[in-house]
Design a protein around this ligand. Sequence first.
Ligand code: ITT
Ligand code: NA
Length: 181
Amino acid sequence: MKVRFITSNRGKFEELKEIGRGFGVDIEWVEMEYLEPQGSDLEFVARKSAEMLSGAVEPPFFIEDSGLFIDALHGFPGVYSSFVFKTIGNDGILKLMEGVEDRRARFVCVIAFSDGEQVRTFTGEVEGQIAREKRGEHGFGYDPIFEVDGRTFAEMGEKKNELSHRRRAAEKFFSWLAKNF
Ligand code: ITT
Ligand code: NA
């Protein structure tokens, strides 16, 4: 089946396109930036964004909201991940983490799908650590500073797609799509 994905982020699109291939789902990119409603929880923001877009984009479509949650920073940047990346970026995060021994962090991805009547969400998470320095050339965003089992997402390349937060949310979403559409 074919489904539209609304995002301004090419990296997200390319990863989901590739994951979708394995599930027989063809993803079409609607390159569009939309104003995100504010909220303290990712699932809420994703759901509200999809509801808001339901009047503007022809369903069925989905959006995806992701965030990096760092334990030592009480979950920051979390729902502010996009803004924080554009402002202080990876160097800023590494600076905030200087001298911090607890490096634990998680990436969370929420996919929100709209069939025009209802919005359904699918969540995926991956546990990892904030690296001591940027490493690797692949991927996008926070990939150079987020590591799982000693390797950053930016060092993994293709392998990221096998274990990422996005992969885990997408598996739930694509299985549901296969049963319901
Ligand atoms: P949308 O148009 O889809 O909203 P965005 O880039 O603004 O694109 P988010 O609002 O979900 O996306 O913001 C999440 C931030 O976290 C953003 O800066 C991303 O680059 C970054 N991010 C999301 N997934 C990531 C991943 O798998 N690896 C590294 N960084 C990621
Ligand atoms: Na966004």
